[in-house]
Write a protein that binds this ligand. Structure first.
Ligand code: ASP
Length: 292
């Protein structure tokens, strides 16, 4: 069976001059995830790997490149879900670590709790060998300039864009992963859709997998990821299911954002009602796609 992965680099409005490099970042993440799948790795391993590559890439609002909160530091949200058994692990308002998605994976594997917040998340992470890094290790000049512009009223909104996500299929199972710094100048302790099951992230082998991006306060009110899953269960193909979820987001709460999805056989779908949502897709039989 063909194995596949789809990733996004966030819904928003990437300037035309920068779109190609955003897409290239997504393509690198797909290549890394496909290497995992070619090597016999699971969907979970592949989705995590794709997100780690994007967390390392300073272009994106996750890990290195995360946006700044009201005090000028970072708090990170990340989640990962295994469609096999509906296992879930997530962290939110997490202090700086290099790979929050890897901490989410450790949460899932540990199994005692599904979601840890703030210092408790850090304590769990350190107990599993993850290191806290200084906020400065994750903050890029671009993210700081953007924060300064928002603080000074020179930028329209705090929506940073650049959240990252991946959905992978290994021939048997589906997995989804999402990671973000959230919104620029967010209040301390603010948590968006990303780490909440059915809002920013969901996977179910009986339906498919989803990662969402966009205005978290709106996305979580309609459970956008689960909207996709419900449509897939109802027999929609992945493109139609993604479009239906974004239609619900727009019509019910006036929200903007995007989703990527794979159905339970790894066929891709995506939709967004923002100017851009960078994405890339690939399968182990060599098919590729990408765009914004
Ligand atoms: N959904 C993310 C949040 O609200 C932001 C984004 O996707 O750009 O935290």
């Amino acid at each position: 069976m063909t194995r596949s992965v789809i990733v996004h680099g966030g819904a928003g409005s990437v300037a035309p001059a920068r779109r190609a490099e955003h897409v290239a970042g997504c393509e690198r993440a797909v290549a890394a995830a496909l290497a995992v799948l070619h090597g016999g790795g699971s969907a979970l391993d592949a989705a995590q790997r794709a997100v780690e590559v994007l967390e390392d890439d300073p272009l994106f609002n996750a890990g290195r490149g995360a946006c700044l909160h009201e005090d000028g530091g970072v708090e990170l949200d990340a989640a990962l879900m295994d469609g096999d058994g509906l296992r879930y692990g997530a962290v939110c308002a997490m202090p700086a670590v290099r790979h929050p998605i890897a901490v989410a994976r450790a949460v899932m594997e540990d199994g005692r709790h599904a979601l840890y917040a703030a210092e408790g998340a850090m304590r769990f992470a350190e107990s599993r060998g993850f290191e806290r890094v200084p906020d400065e290790a994750l903050i890029t000049d671009a993210a700081r300039l953007r924060w300064e512009a928002v603080r000074a009223g020179r930028a329209e909104s705090g929506w940073a864009g650049g959240t990252v996500g991946a959905v992978a299929f290994d021939g048997a199972h589906v997995a989804a992963a999402t990671s973000t710094g959230g919104m620029t100048d967010k209040r301390r302790g603010r948590v968006g859709d990303t780490p909440l099951p059915g809002a920013g992230t969901y996977a179910d082998d009986l339906a498919g997998g989803v990662s969402a991006t966009g205005h978290g306060e709106k996305i979580l009110r309609v459970g956008v990821s689960f909207q996709v899953i419900a449509a897939l269960r109802g027999g929609a193909d992945a493109m139609a299911a993604a479009a239906a979820a974004i239609a619900v987001l727009a019509s019910r709460v006036g929200g903007t954002g995007g989703v990527i999805a794979l159905d339970r056989e790894g066929r891709p779908g995506r939709a967004n009602n923002t100017e851009t949502m960078t994405w890339a897709w690939g399968s182990t039989d060599g098919a590729r796609g990408s765009g914004w």
